[in-house]
Ligand binder design. Structure first.
Ligand code: ADP
Ligand code: MG
Length: 234
């Protein structure tokens, strides 16, 4: 996929973000692992989609009006039959209707292997230019603000230090009986966002913000299951 064409396309149709499907294509083209997925028009496509992907599956609303999909019932996980997928798509459709009349379809994708949900982001600081951030997902970022930032480009040593400096790093390392997350996979993802050849620099001027929330990190890999790109309209 041509990343620049994809971004130009979104901008020329008046969008200032990439939808999740296109965002994941951009991540994939930079070597970040994303789930196998299909964009389907509606519940009637469930049987066909189910047969093309490896269950269990996830179904999500695709709409420019809905940013936090799960808040409105727009995400269903663990779907293990064509029937449950169809049912989930119907429920998502019903849940979304009060919020938008612009449903761009439904993203149906494979579940990532179990792991820790972390957040990798990129943004553009007024003073420092492109920066990259890392933290554990959910309350750790939103409530405890346990996050690390660096100015781009980062080295692999910087990326490792971003992990090491988190107060919650013990959780990533298997505290309380949890999974031991692959730190190599996290470093690799941070480089692909904030490194010399990472997206923040490669797409500077076109993309102002990248939000991978969450990246699911298992013992052996990291999979980006949600992606938001904010585009520079000028
Ligand atoms: P949003 O952030 O818009 O509510 P997400 O796409 O992040 O929606 O999905 C919400 C949650 O559902 C994620 O935080 C994750 O726990 C789970 N999830 C979403 N997609 C997958 C997937 N492919 N594999 C495993 N879990 C997923
Ligand atoms: Mg998300």
């Amino acid at each position: 996929m041509d990343v620049n064409a994809c971004i130009a396309d979104a901008v020329s149709s008046g969008r200032d973000t990439l939808d999740e499907g296109n965002g994941k294509k951009v991540l994939g083209s930079f070597g970040i692992k994303v789930p196998q997925s299909l964009l389907v028009p509606g519940p009637d496509a469930a049987g066909d989609a189910f047969s093309q992907l490896q269950a269990p599956l996830v179904a999500k609303i695709v709409s420019p009006d809905i940013i936090h999909k799960s808040d409105i019932g727009g995400v269903k996980v663990g779907l293990d039959s064509a029937e449950s997928l169809e049912q989930a798509l119907r429920e998502i459709e019903t849940a979304a209707k009060p919020h938008t009349d612009n449903i761009g379809g439904y993203l149906v994708e494979e579940m990532a292997p179990k792991g820790h949900e972390v957040v990798v982001g990129g943004s553009t600081d007024q003073t420092f230019g492109p920066i990259v951030m890392f933290g554990l997902g959910g309350i750790f970022v939103e409530v405890l603000a346990d996050v690390a930032f660096r100015i781009c480009p980062i080295t692999t040593l910087d990326a490792q230090e971003m992990i090491d400096e988190l107060k919650t790093v013990k959780l990533l390392r298997g505290a309380r009986g949890g999974i031991v997350a692959s730190e190599d996979a996290i470093v690799d993802t941070l480089m692909k966002v904030g490194g010399e050849e990472g997206m923040m620099l490669a797409l500077e001027g076109k993309v102002t913000e990248i939000d991978i929330n969450p990246l699911i990190v298992s013992e052996s890999e990291a999979v980006a299951v949600d992606a938001r790109f904010v585009l520079n309209k000028d």
